[in-house]
Design a protein around this ligand. Structure first.
Ligand code: SF4
Length: 351
């Protein structure tokens, strides 16, 4: 039974679309490392690493992560700092913290094995419907359709869907349509075909319509609305917050830092000394670095004031602050914008 709101496509057309997609996938799929395995742990890690990350960058992290934590039990037993250190540079550190927590639950409740069912995956921290459907379908063949941004784009164009992404009607449309297309096919392969087609052919911006195998079925290509699909959610103005830090350091590379609380933004990562904790000092700022960093809900304007002291250890920092030698900078996990500023800070220390 095909979803009723899609009278423009009948059962026969849905079957035809699915077959064309699978044929295309068999010829065009990329050779990616997580496609060589049915290991649910490796597939799970790949799905989490690749969220909001380019494939080339994500592939390096995928290998690095599995090398350091080859099994669920290794991840569960690891120190959170070690997990964050491997994750450093990928951003969205809550994903790493949730992986760690979820691995501990898998050890405690599933004997260190990955569950087979979507209904078990969806209960783990950090696992949403997309990840649960991807792992359950690819590793265990559960017939659950995945819906990511690539799938939304492709389906919105095929059906010329006019509702904005994220609306109740759109959530229902994408899920039921993807599920209808998946019906009767090998779930893992079909899900990957749908995502791959969206990412490689029905691309954002200018899709490759002229040579598209689905063109005869595509409402949006017929009407010339490809660039307007999917209809984006209207965005609100994003507020800017200023975060001021003091970089209290010396020419030998010693620098004061502190660990952020586990919860909230950049939880468990290291940051410099909040500027307010250095207010009482009479030392003059020697350099300043300004960085603008966009988060989903706000923009952080980071103001880094550098204070190069003759010997950083001569400053008695507030509780919770530690003085790191330069050799330790790379083994502490800093949030991406702070980590990106370290080479500049290093340059200013000696100038
Ligand atoms: S015809 Fe163009 S818009 Fe339609 S599915 Fe193919 S690539 Fe996407």
């Amino acid at each position: 039974m095909i979803v009723s709101h899609l009278e423009i496509k009948n059962d026969h057309e849905i079957r035809s679309l699915s077959h064309l997609l699978l044929e295309w996938y068999q010829q065009h799929q990329r050779d990616l490392p997580w496609r060589q395995t049915r290991d649910p742990y490796a597939i799970w890690i790949s799905e989490v690493v690749l969220q909001q990350t380019r494939i080339d960058q994500g592939t390096a992290y995928y290998h690095r992560f599995l090398k350091r934590f080859p099994r669920v039990a290794d991840l569960a037993a690891a120190n959170l700092d070690d997990v964050l250190e491997v994750w450093q540079g990928l951003g969205y550190y809550s994903r790493a913290r949730n992986l760690h927590k979820a691995a501990q639950i898998l050890v405690a409740e599933f004997g260190g094995q990955c569950p087979e069912r979507y209904s078990d995956w969806i209960l783990l921290p950090g696992v949403g419907s997309y990840t649960a459907a991807a792992v359950a379908s690819i590793a265990f063949g559960e017939p659950r359709a995945v819906v990511d941004g690539n799938v939304q784009r492709l389906l919105s164009r095929l059906w010329d869907w006019e509702d904005e992404v994220g609306s109740k009607a759109s959530v229902h449309f994408y899920q039921t349509t993807a599920q209808a297309l998946l019906s009767g096919h090998e779930p893992g392969m079909f899900n990957q075909a749908l995502m791959e087609f969206g990412s490689q052919w029905c691309k954002p911006g200018i899709p490759l319509c002229d040579a598209c195998v689905l063109r005869a079925h595509c409402r949006s290509a017929e009407r010339g609305t490809q660039r307007d699909r999917p209809v984006k959610r209207r965005t609100k103005a994003v507020p800017t917050e200023i975060w001021a830090y003091a970089i209290v350091c010396d020419p030998s590379g010693q620098m004061w830092v502190r660990k952020r609380p586990e919860h909230g933004i950049w939880g468990g990562l290291y940051e410099f000394v909040p500027r307010a904790l250095y207010e009482s000092s009479t030392d003059r700022e020697t350099h300043r670095i300004s960085i603008s960093h966009r988060l989903t809900h706000k923009i952080l304007q980071l103001e880094l004031s550098i204070f190069v002291l003759p010997d950083a250890r001569g400053w008695v920092g507030a509780p919770g602050l530690i003085c790191l030698p330069q050799s330790d900078w790379s083994v502490r996990a800093f949030p991406r914008p702070l980590s990106a500023a370290l080479p500049q800070i290093q340059g200013r220390m000696s100038s």
